[in-house]
Design a protein around this ligand. Structure first.
Ligand code: MLT
Length: 393
């Protein structure tokens, strides 16, 4: 018996797992220390009342023979897919229900989608980047070409002539840098994908944080994207579903490769390997897209963006270079005193009791940077920035 040897090419631990183990160890050694977590992008605002009400109602339905539900549709309940289509219509994007697939979150689908592509494909991935894109392609043994993101290109790499890609990952607003592609930039990516017969895997998990009305919040706002892009969205950061689990993936009917409909292939894959998200959670997710639900969650997004402002004000005061935090919940900063990412991570953990994410964990170009998240509870966040000021000031 042989194992999948590609796993030997992975770093030993998944980034956030490694951080969590380090933090656990530090906590154990310093039991009286109050650790403040600005590392993994985990939300702190509770689920909105309309979501909770919808879930309670759904739980009650599950307890009565006449409204009980067993297996749902593989692609998700029609009521939720219709709600997602309504959300896109407000962005000026016309979607059909059969183009929307409900999932347990963007992370799983970004990895699972690779099932429908040949492992012989070449993948283009930005660096720095959310580690799931890299790790899942290493697991499958695909050839990866990295595109450099740096301060010179505002961490928004653009297509390079001479690079032949089959699969392209774009994340906007970006995790980890908070950078957001403009319309013209996405138009260039769409043209490049169409010219190269490539498919863009567009991670839009943070789209709701975009405040600047000129910035696209969906790749399908770009003409031609329905022929070259799959979009992944999540309610994790949008509506506090990190623990509840629900997201959706859009695979347009117009998207064909190798003579096959990718929508059909994805449905085939999901029907075989996935039994869907629970009815109760899908009812809660549907409530996110109601008028009341949207108003509540937009209040939470404003709360997180105000947190981001508090972080960036403190960094400005300290004279630390940063980007992000305006249309995204992440702040990407240069480690002071030429420290490496992990050195600064250790300083913040050991001297300030604050957990951050080392930029090096997002790729070679992340070395020397650190990511802070704005998802914390306000009081803790203010305390964390006070501690960081005391250590770095
Ligand atoms: C992050 O901190 O990058 C994200 O929370 C991780 C994720 O969404 O899986």
């Amino acid at each position: 018996m042989n194992i999948n040897k590609n796993y030997q090419n992975l770093k030993e631990g998944y980034l956030f797992q490694t951080i969590s183990e380090k933090v656990k160890k530090h906590s154990k050694e310093n039991p009286d220390l109050k650790i403040i977590r600005l590392g993994i992008g985990d939300v702190t605002r509770p689920l909105a009342p309309p979501v909770i009400d919808a879930m309670h109602k759904a739980v009650a339905e599950m307890g009565m023979a006449e409204s009980f539900r067993g297996y749902g549709d593989y692609e998700g309940y029609s009521f939720l897919r219709a709600a997602v289509c309504g959300y896109y219509a407000k962005k000026g994007v016309a979607l059909r229900e059969d183009e929307v697939f409900v999932s347990d979150g963007a992370k799983s689908d970004l990895a699972n989608i690779l099932d429908i592509f040949s492992s012989g494909n070449t993948v283009v991935i930005p660096d720095p980047v959310y580690p799931v894109y890299v790790d899942t392609n290493i697991m499958a043994g695909r050839k990866i070409i990295y595109m450099d993101g740096n301060a010179d290109n505002a961490f928004l790499p653009m297509p390079k002539s001479g690079v032949k890609a089959d699969i392209i990952y774009l994340c906007s607003p970006n995790n980890p840098t908070g950078a957001v592609y403009g319309k013209k930039q996405l138009e260039r990516w769409v043209s490049y994908a169409l010219e190269n017969d490539a498919v863009i895997l567009f991670d839009g998990a943070y789209e709701i944080f975009v405040q600047d009305r000129d910035l696209p919040t969906s790749i399908y706002q770009i003409s031609g994207a329905d022929r070259c892009a799959i979009e992944f969205c999540s309610l994790s950061k949008t509506a506090g579903f990190t623990g509840t689990r629900c997201g959706y993936t859009v695979v347009p009917q117009a998207l064909m490769r190798d003579g096959e409909s990718l929508n059909k292939l994805w449905l085939r894959r999901q029907a075989t390997k996935f039994n869907g998200v629970s009815y109760v959670v899908q009812r809660g997710a549907e409530a996110v897209f109601t008028k009341n639900g949207m108003e509540r969650i937009k209040g939470d997004i404003s709360y997180y963006l105000e947190n981001a402002r508090i972080i960036t004000d403190a960094l400005t005061e300290l004279g630390i270079w940063f980007t992000g935090g305006k249309n995204a919940p992440y702040i990407w900063l240069k480690c002071p005193g030429r420290m490496s990412s992990w050195e600064f991570f250790d300083v913040l953990l050991c001297k300030a009791g604050v957990v951050a994410t080392p930029g090096a964990g997002f790729g070679a170009n992340g070395e020397g940077f650190l990511r802070l998240t704005a998802f914390g509870d306000r009081e803790n966040l203010i305390e964390a920035m006070g501690r960081i000021k005391a250590v770095c000031g």
